[in-house]
Structures are given as structure tokens and as C-alpha cells.
Design a protein around this ligand. Sequence first.
Ligand SMILES: Nc1nc2c(ncn2[C@@H]2O[C@H](COP(=O)(O)OP(=O)(O)OP(=O)(O)O)[C@@H](O)[C@H]2O)c(=O)[nH]1
Length: 221
Amino acid sequence: MSDSEDESLDRQLKIVIIGDGASGKTSIATRFAQEAFGKQYKQTIGLDFFLKRITLPGNLNITLQVWDIGGQTIGGKMLDKYIYGAQGVFLVYDITNSQSFENLEDWLSMVKKTNEESDVQPVIMLVGNKIDLEHMRTVKLDKHQRFCQENGLISQFVSAKTGDSVYLSFQRLAAEIVGIKLNKAEIEQSQRVVKADIVNYSQESVARTVNPPRSSMCAVQ
Ligand SMILES: Nc1nc2c(ncn2[C@@H]2O[C@H](COP(=O)(O)OP(=O)(O)OP(=O)(O)O)[C@@H](O)[C@H]2O)c(=O)[nH]1
């Protein structure tokens, strides 16, 4: 059986990644899809998406269809179409950029508006990105927690740069959508940190690819 036939048998979940421009959406997606990170900022125009298979406890194979929407499109006419039908939403902000946190209200309203006539609401995860820059944090932890509580969001912190908790965040979101609880061992196993990226921060000039897992990526503009 070919890879694509194989994938079509899995349960597929649509996950959209939204948030302000430069909060790190593409970096999170790239880290998850290819285990790579690029330091240079290249604005996403329109939409990127890719498929990646993960396995949840009980040998449950899930194919995630991950959509990366350019941060500049919040006012765009197409945004509700991107979000429509998503079972999971990554609501991303940059912990060193307060404005990206303040703007989450708008992003959340957009998700709610898109789904107001739908019976099933997406599971939403609040993702504070760039935790490798903890020393530059401007969004306090309690603000993050309060926003989660007030809006019924799952809380997660990640670093697309080091890879810290990126795989875990997708795994947690998928598990929540299909109604599976991850145990402590599974969570710890997914909480991988690539420490070398932090140590070599100033010297790093090229994106690295470490054992790229199977995934496919497309771009629509
Ligand atoms: N230090 C650090 N930098 C990051 C991290 N994630 C992303 N960046 C950097 O932040 C900048 C923006 O990242 P992108 O992934 O392009 O942001 P985006 O949200 O996709 O931006 P748009 O395409 O405009 O929506 C780039 O220079 C990245 O290298 C992180 O976890 N840590």
C-alpha cells in the first residue's frame, strides 16, 4: 500500500494555526512537520498546509491536516473559510510581544464567529511561543492563565526554535479532540528539547533538518 493510500485510512483532523504576524506560526508548523527551524522571517502570504501523521496511545493513527494562515489576513475575506470546519485551533502569540497577546481577543472572536452556527466547536489551544526567550518575556504567566480560564482554552508554551513541547502541543490537541487522555510518561516523552540550538544561538545561520519524519507540504496563495 502506498503512503497516500495508507494515510487516507486514518482519521484526519483539520488544525488551523492563527495569531499575529511574526508570532511564530510558520516556525511551529515547520518544526512539527520537518523538525527544522529558520531564523529568517518570511511573511506567510495566504496559506500553507501540510499533512502529518501522529500516533496516539492505543496505536491510534491520526493524520493532522495543519493549516498555517498568514498573520496579515485577520481582516481578510478568506479567513473564515480557512477556519471553517477546523476541529482544532492553535491560537499563537509571542511571549515577548504584548501586542500579539492583546490581539488574541480578535483572533478568538473570529473563530467564534466562524463557528457560531455549527453544533461542534473546535478545541482551542492557547500557545505562548518563543519560551527560549524567557528573559525577554513581556506577557506575564497569570495573564496567559486567566485568558485560558476565561475562554475555556488548553494552555501550552512552546519554542519553535528549540523544538520544546512543539510535538507535544499537537499531540495534546489531537488527543483532546478525539477524547483520549495522555498519561505522564507520554507527555514527558514528547517534551523533547534540542538544547544545541540555544547554545549556538548567535552562530546558527542555517535551518537544520534532523531525521525528517514523513509529511507533505503545499502552499496556496
Ligand atoms: N527565538 C525564537 N524565535 C522564533 C521562534 N519562533 C519563531 N521565531 C522567529 O520569529 C520570526 C517570525 O516567525 P514566523 O514563523 O515566520 O512567524 P509567523 O507567525 O508565521 O508570521 P506570518 O507569516 O507573518 O504570519 C522569525 O524570525 C522566526 O525565526 C521561537 O520559538 N524562538
